[in-house]
Design a binder for this molecule. Structure first.
Ligand code: ASP
Length: 321
């Protein structure tokens, strides 16, 4: 039993043709964030500190759909959400943020400084001001790439899950965008220390062209984010499918009630409980196992364990470039 860490930068229909100029910055960001997390674990920081730290790094990276880089609602605004939880079931969540630089840290403050679990919209923004967390004008989150993404999604009249656009000949089918990598994903991190304490954190801008006020799986405890004494899980993909399947909680429940290993439980939920093309997750168990299954074309992901294993990948191992 030793420490373990895994992180993701979103799951979706990521084309194998993703050009190097799109792929490499994201791989470099994953490598950097993994390194930040590993060093923090080695320095005996708590898993809660580690996942917050790593997700802040990912939020600050404009190539991922969280913090700066968040995708836009149908009205062209940003509504960020995040959630953090540890193995003692302490948790905090936020939604509808438009000015907070690091949503994940506000989620942690909700957990630690309020009698509640989940704050949203005006109340969450007011709490952010009261706590003195870093905020910027809402317009600072809106990148030219995301204005273009919203335009494309509107032209196609759809709420866009990352990496996809309608098939020109059959609008009911999706096909990868030409450059694919113009699209970006939600971020998350799970970590466990050598004593079996674990934590999870997830942060997102949601889906391109989502309705104003739409809340996805990320901040919903048990859907996109969950931890207990068995495991810590962070999911990514189509929020509506992940909420219906209570993805993160089901992984923990299969371990607790059915005695499945982390890998078995996570594989079962991703393969059997969510529609193909809608879900991926990263998870660690209290005993230091790590798993990163997905039923989409790819998932930006990275992991490392105390025994020296480490991996940075986008596609399934058989197709990995
Ligand atoms: N799960 C997120 C949502 O639906 C999106 C993603 O994971 O990319 O809001």
């Amino acid at each position: 039993m030793g420490w373990a860490i895994a992180l993701h930068g979103g799951a979706g229909d990521i084309p194998l043709s993703l050009p190097p100029e799109r792929r490499e910055p994201r791989e470099a960001a994953l490598r950097h964030c993994l390194q930040v997390g590993v060093e923090a674990l080695k320095a005996q920081r708590t898993p809660l500190d580690v996942v917050e730290l790593v997700v802040r790094e990912l939020e600050n990276h404009p190539n991922f759909n969280a913090g700066r880089g968040s995708v836009l609602t149908t009205k062209g605004s940003v509504e960020m959400e995040a959630c953090i939880m540890d193995n003692t079931k302490r948790c905090g969540a936020v939604s509808g943020l438009s000015t907070v630089v690091n949503a994940i840290s506000l989620a942690r403050l909700v957990m630690e400084k309020t009698p509640h679990i989940y704050l949203a919209f005006d109340g969450a923004e007011a709490f952010a001001k009261e706590q003195g967390v870093e905020t910027v004008d809402a317009s600072k989150f809106i990148t030219p790439e995301n204005i273009e993404r919203l335009k494309q999604a509107k032209e196609a009249n759809r709420v866009q899950i990352d990496y996809t656009q309608p098939n020109q000949t059959d609008p009911t089918k999706e096909k990868p965008t030409a450059d694919g990598g113009g699209q970006i994903g939600t971020v998350g991190c799970v970590a466990v220390d050598g004593k079996g304490n674990s934590a999870t954190a997830t942060s997102t801008g949601g889906l391109v062209n989502k309705m104003v006020g739409r809340i996805g799986d990320t901040p919903v405890i048990g859907a996109g984010t969950y931890a207990n004494s068995y495991c810590a899980v962070s999911a990514t993909g189509k929020g509506e499918s992940i909420i219906r399947a209570t993805v993160a909680r089901d992984v923990a429940a299969l371990m607790e009630y059915k005695g499945l290993s982390l890998k078995e439980a996570a594989a079962y939920v991703v393969e059997e409980c969510t529609p193909k093309g809608t879900c991926g997750l990263v998870a660690v168990s209290a005993t230091g196992e790590v798993t990163m299954p997905f039923n989409t074309t790819g998932m930006f992901r990275a992991c490392a364990t105390e025994d020296g294993y480490s991996e940075i990948a986008i596609w399934p191992p058989s197709t990995q470039k």
